[in-house]
Design a protein around this ligand. Structure first.
Ligand SMILES: [Ca+2]
Ligand SMILES: [Ca+2]
Length: 138
């Protein structure tokens, strides 16, 4: 995330409140608004390198659901390889930042990926689960 315009640096620290509605940021619909605060679009679980990364994908090649599934299935404590197992830690699969990685069940992290794709696509086209939300950097 970056501000839309450059900010002059000096010996005095400059604070940028990216949650303020008055802060303009680089890109198109770069932030979502929740409770009168700007927030980042969550859902990228697989990093920044490679063609399918730097994107939020719900359905299709390079989707972000697979990484959530892998993190749950490969967790050392998940000895029965259950998709309902809950990983208790922050990791890229924890896209709703509740400290747990959930692939299935209530409050699962796939719901957040789904809502990012659906809500973002609604700003541009008609609700489309195959829409790819692309990171925007200057
Ligand atoms: Ca991704
Ligand atoms: Ca979570």
């Amino acid at each position: 995330m970056a501000t839309l315009n450059t900010l002059a640096l000096s010996s005095t620290a400059v604070t940028v409140d990216f949650t303020a509605l008055s802060t303009t940021t680089y890109g198109t619909n770069a932030q979502r608004i929740i409770n009168s605060k700007q927030v980042l679009w969550p859902g990228n679980t697989n990093g920044v390198d490679g063609s399918s990364k730097r994107r939020v994908i719900y359905q299709g090649n390079g989707n972000d659901l697979t990484n959530v599934f892998s993190q749950v299935l490969l967790e050392s404590g998940n000895t029965l390889s259950l998709p309902t197992y809950i990983v208790q830690r922050y990791q890229t699969g924890d896209v709703n930042l509740d400290g747990e990685i959930r692939y299935q069940g209530p409050d699962n992290d796939l719901q957040t990926i789904f809502s990012t794709v659906i809500l973002y696509s609604s700003l541009d086209v008609t609700y489309d689960i195959t829409y790819i939300v692309q990171e925007q950097i200057p």
